[in-house]
Design a protein around this ligand. Structure first.
Ligand code: IDP
Ligand code: MG
Length: 149
């Protein structure tokens, strides 16, 4: 089953939006299989965002995501990666659709509240940065037959 990494970034924690953001994905029908709060250190932040090294916003991005604890989650479900990206909205909240997390809660691209893996290939390595296999739960969910025909 497809899994994706979701981070409620430090602005989401500071603004008291952890519940609202996680809730959007739960309500959609994705299954929560792992959850923790942690304070990213610079090394982990740099690994997560290695692809952006050298870009003009890189140093600010690292400072942003290490500024205070964040909340990390793994969601599971058919198409979990794309569904989560859709629920997040565009990277720049100013351009994100209303109804999306960034479109409803954000304004500035440097404070866009949430991270979600951008592809199925990238999801598992990103999950591995944050969770051990023991921290991710496989469990039957009784509502599944009311979410999937
Ligand atoms: P994504 O989070 O939607 O996948 P990416 O392009 O992968 O977006 O960028 C990673 C993160 O880097 C963004 O979520 C945002 O926090 C930050 N970022 C991207 N572009 C900019 C920018 O132009 N200015 C400031 N921060 C940026
Ligand atoms: Mg990205």
């Amino acid at each position: 089953m497809e899994r994706t990494l979701v981070l409620v970034k430090p602005d989401g924690v500071q603004r008291g939006l952890v519940g609202a953001i996680i809730s959007r994905l739960e309500q959609r029908g994705l299954k929560l299989v792992a959850l923790k709060m942690l304070w990213l250190d610079e090394a982990l932040a740099q690994r997560l965002y290695a692809i952006h090294r050298g870009k003009p916003f890189f140093e600010r991005l690292i400072k942003y995501v290490t500024a205070c604890p964040l909340v990390a989650a793994v969601f599971e479900g058919e198409g979990a990666v794309a569904l989560t990206r859709q629920a997040m909205g565009e990277t720049d909240p100013a351009r994100a659709s209303p109804g999306s997390i960034r479109g409803d809660f954000g304004i500035d691209i440097g404070r866009n509240l949430v991270h979600g893996s951008d592809s199925v290939e990238n999801a598992q390595p990103e999950i591995d940065l944050f969770f051990t296999p023991q921290e991710i739960y496989s469990y039957p969910r009784d509502t599944d037959s009311w979410i999937f025909e």
